[in-house]
Design a protein around this ligand. Sequence first.
Ligand code: SF4
Ligand code: SF4
Length: 448
Amino acid sequence: MTHLSIPVDETFKIAQDYTSCLFYGLGSDGTVSANKSSIKIIGDATGQYAQAYFQYDSRKAGGTTRSHLRFGKNPIHSEYYVKNADFISCSLDTYIFKFDIISNLKVGGTFLLNTNMDDATLIASMPNRMKHLLAEKKARFFVIDANKLALEAGMGRHTNTTLQAAFFYLNQQIMPYKEAEEWMKKFAKKTYEKKGMDVVQKNYDAIDKGAQGMREVPVDPEWIKLDIKKVIEDTGDTYYDEYVSVIDRLDGDELPTSAFLKHELADGTMNENITFRQKRAIADRVPLWNPQFCIECNQCAFVCPHATIRPYLLDEKEVENAPEVVKAGLKPAIGTADKTLKYRIQVATMDCIGCGLCVSECQANKVALMKDPKSQNLALKMVDAKSQFAEQEGATVHGSLRCLRRLRRSSLLSPRQPALRQRHARRQRDRLLLDLLRLHPAHPVRQR
Ligand code: SF4
Ligand code: SF4
């Protein structure tokens, strides 16, 4: 503010006599809990000094978490973020496209990524900046498919135990893995014994799989020659591009005071109706609609907590102009006066959080599974998210408007229905209204 600041040497690194680790996790995926357990294990088992600090974003579940951990033989007085880490772990592979993770890695450090991509796909997809930094820092790069391993161990979506074992396996300078394994299993027994020995056994299996399920991806020294320009796609919304997007990339600390003043946010407020631009892509599995078995009940849209699965009605002209992927998934609309209308359920896969509520509430699925618990005739089922990212939103303004009208007429809005359902219906209607305003600012619906 006074323009008297001392210039900062960005290359300056503080000498450290401890091991520092940085973990990028997804809010509620268990990364923070696993790290809390790791510091207890290391503190108790090795007698080392341990320091931990956890950063969360305001969304908590589904947001980004960062865990800053340090371990050493001497007292640790580093009251700042880990920026020169010996080890970095990333629980979600889509983060590598969004965040500048490797710039926080020390020369000779280790990077662990949780991904289901094979080496060729991963290397082809990795941003140049990441490859360049891995080569420049002579890093060791490991990958693990913790989601698959956790599923095999019976742990469902909880990858934290598997990733914790991988962390100990790759950081044997802190403590030998055999010892860490015993401590992890002891902790798992203490925590889950009350839930039964089968739950404890699942944790044991997840630990074993975590240590054995990693592979090293060779870092090509030639990657250092790659151009490392930061490519940021602008949306055209100045507020989003200059302010929200910077915070979303975890670069909010770099925002100058003028950015707050420019957008009149000096009191810390944020503008509304902006999350639809984020496209967080945090789900590893998303619903896939099969028109053949759908009964057009719209229950999937009503239960979705993020309004990311929606029903649409398209007229002939819209069908004609629609992308091939939309044309391939249409069915005649039921219960409309206009018999030419087509119906489609559309999932915004990059906004979906993968909770699976729509699938479990799908009325067609319920009937099919009641008749045959192993039935494959499902209108909605969860599939790998990456296979669906290319097939983003086929929505149109007119389709949204028709759907909105239909929701207004819906019997779920009847006063006889439970209050909770009415709230869901209203929320769905409001989201559709927002959609219309965003896509078509001059639409008459705005004037109401
Ligand atoms: S999985 Fe969850 S967030 Fe995704 S569309 Fe279904 S209900 Fe919505
Ligand atoms: S809940 Fe199932 S049957 Fe109903 S509209 Fe959605 S996909 Fe179709």
